[in-house]
Design a protein. Sequence first.
Lengths: 115, 116
Amino acid sequence: GAGVSQSPSNKVTEKGKDVELRCDPISGHTALYWYRQSLGQGLEFLIYFQGNSAPDKSGLPSDRFSAERTGGSVSTLTIQRTQQEDSAVYLCASSLDGRPGETQYFGPGTRLLVL
Amino acid sequence: AQSVTQLGSHVSVSEGALVLLRCNYSSSVPPYLFWYVQYPNQGLQLLLKYTTGATLVKGINGFEAEFKKSETSFHLTKPSAHMSDAAEYFCAVSGYSGGGADGLTFGKGTHLIIQP
């Protein structure tokens, strides 16, 4: 079956603009995760959804970052008023039901460049 | 709180030689441990994981890792390196903190270079 897909694959934006990143998890997976990968910070966990709920949003870097998930499927990560330090690869992953120790399956990522 | 330390940001081995990538973790709860591989411009692919049970875990592409609680380690090995093993390798930990599943905490990664 299809894996995790993300769009766009690449995004170039100007400082101060808003961007939306999309993640389509594996069909039937109830848990969805967002991570950020950057040269300076490595791989950082941002947020986790179980169904449409995000129990803990403390991993989001600032209040310019928000995420939602609707219908227990597609998720969007929105960055408002982008800054150059937001440039990174944003990875999405999904797992079957979010139990610890479950395999997380990663998408190919969205490479964001803020000019 | 959890953390992962990968010793060596770059490791170079000759084709056919032993591969050893080191990972040490810190966790306040029983850990679940993972090794992921990332090829250029691709997402992460699971190599293997430890949850419970047998401490020697075998994964894909001939890799294996051993969970050693006394040493808080989860080193990754492969007896004979192949050119196709050149990639970035990440060790990660997760654990149940009581508030629901945690996201993975990753190490900084080790870039594996295979010399012909």
